[in-house]
Design a protein around this ligand. Structure first.
Ligand code: UDX
Length: 442
């Protein structure tokens, strides 16, 4: 089928590439000329495993352009995958979506299905349909279908090609069937429903996962107080298939482009309709507090940070991505700088993006060893494999004071036993050699 995709962010580009992989002729549209030129050469503007390989493999069926008119003119199906960032009041900013909708309306010259992949508040698909119909320049038949995206960064290609589900929200069977045809070779169950339900499925899914993360983080905080171990607690909970063992990894809070934005947007939407989503409100608050956890822990060991050297391991909001949006590190780094710390930082792929925010304020290191050298304490924000695989002796060997504060529970406690370190993680007992020595000498 002839398909156009508006927007080449994580959702748009990955969708376009995966549709091409399944034999469709896809034109991806973006407003940034430089980005488009790069993509034409097979270079992905985002770090995403497998993406560039598939871009190169499908280059004959995959086109990139800034000429939206030409792309939309003859497309049978047009996907809208532009961003819906958060406004200052927490609601979703739909200006990019509506701009694309107007461009589509003025360009199309044949009957087509408009597919809304962007995460939009419930009821937006209805507005989009009305806007398109009001702005059409030619007598063509248009249907609007909601088709939310469930891909996670770092596994976006896999999540799309082998999706957990494909949700199609359509008001007319014909449009729903066209979308089923688009996805016929994808390995995923298809759920067809109405548009509002499809829009809600997206928010309800993301917000439930965010809630699950905040829940396990609160339980972890309580584990620390009462002396339980969150890793065992989560494992014990996960055996129950009603709970499931995924998204029970306690840490320093969720970040990224979806959970923070989508929790706030649904909460805002509920408020707007005179309803309060108390659980989601609590998840948001818990997450905000959790982001300060590492700094609070560090203060247990140093009252004043002035003049101290801090090793920061991991900057991105999660591993396998260079995305920094809402990364917990972005909450702590300014506080450390304010307190007069010298910060040395390492990340597998996120340094380039961090340098755009802090070009000179941090010392960026090429290796973890170099980062740890001479540090008074170490903060771990992201569970990169390189960090998880680090022999724990390195901390002892390189740091001036081996105080390790791990926001992602990268190591088992037993790995640190007997070492001259303080290892303080989330929801578990702290390994503190000073206490062990004191107990030994008693
Ligand atoms: C998420 C959803 O998973 C995806 O379905 C949706 O389409 C977009 O939003 P993403 O933001 O890429 O994807 O990352 P995800 O892997 O879900 O992690 C989100 C955040 O939660 C990360 O900061 C991660 O570190 C945190 N997290 C996740 C935890 O702290 N603990 C967990 O157990 C799982």
């Amino acid at each position: 089928m002839k398909i156009a995709v508006a927007g080449t962010g994580y959702v748009g580009l990955v969708t376009g590439v995966c549709l091409a992989e399944h034999g469709h002729d896809v034109t991806c549209v973006d407003v940034e000329k430089e980005k488009v030129e790069k993509m034409k050469k097979g270079i992905s503007p985002i770090f995403e495993p497998e993406l560039e390989d598939l871009m190169k493999k499908n280059r004959e069926r995959l086109h990139f352009t800034i000429d939206y008119q030409k792309a939309y003119q003859t497309a049978e199906v047009i996907f809208i995958a532009v961003g819906t960032p958060e406004k200052s009041d927490g609601s979703a900013n739909l200006c990019y979506v509506f701009k694309v909708v107007e461009e589509i309306a003025e360009s199309i010259e044949r009957d087509c299905v408009i597919v809304v992949k962007s995460t939009v508040p419930i009821g937006t698909n209805d507005k989009i349909e009305a806007l398109i119909k009001a702005n059409l320049k030619r007598r063509v038949k248009v249907a609007v279908v909601s088709n939310p995206e469930f891909l996670a960064q770092g596994s976006a290609v896999r999540d799309t090609l082998h999706a957990s589900r494909i949700v199609i929200g359509a008001e007319e069977n014909e449009a729903g069937n066209i979308l089923k045809e688009v996805y016929k070779d994808f390995d995923a169950p298809i759920l067809v429903t109405n548009r509002k339900s499809a829009e809600m499925i997206k928010y309800a899914s993301n917000d439930f996962l965010a809630l699950k993360v905040s829940y396990i983080n609160e339980i972890a905080n309580l584990c620390e107080i009462v002396g339980a171990d969150i890793e065992d607690v989560a494992k014990g909970m996960g055996y129950d298939s009603r709970i499931g063992n995924k998204f029970l990894q306690a840490g320093i809070g969720y970040g990224g482009s979806c959970f923070p934005k989508d929790t706030k947007a649904l909460h805002w939407l509920a408020n707007f309709n005179d309803y309060e989503l108390k659980t989601i409100k609590a998840a948001i608050e818990t997450n905000e507090n959790q982001k300060y956890k590492l700094i609070k822990k560090a203060h247990k060991y140093y009252e004043d940070f002035k003049g101290l050297t801090v090793a920061v391991l991991g900057l991105t909001f999660k591993p396998e991505t260079d995305d920094l949006r809402e990364a917990p590190s972005l909450v702590s780094i300014p506080l450390l700088l304010e307190d007069g710390c010298k910060i040395k930082a390492w990340d597998a792929v996120g340094i380039k993006n961090y340098q755009k925010i802090y070009p000179t304020q941090l010392e960026y290191c090429n290796t973890i060893e170099e980062t740890l050298r001479g540090a008074d304490f170490c903060l771990i924000f992201t569970e990169w494999t390189e960090i998880k695989n680090l022999p724990v002796e390195i901390f002892e060997k390189e740091m001036r004071h081996a105080v390790i504060i791990d926001g992602r529970n990268c190591y088992s406690l037993s790995e640190f036993e007997g070492h001259q370190v303080i290892y303080d993680s989330i929801g578990r007992k702290t390994i503190d050699y000073r206490k062990e020595e004191a107990e030994g000498s008693r």
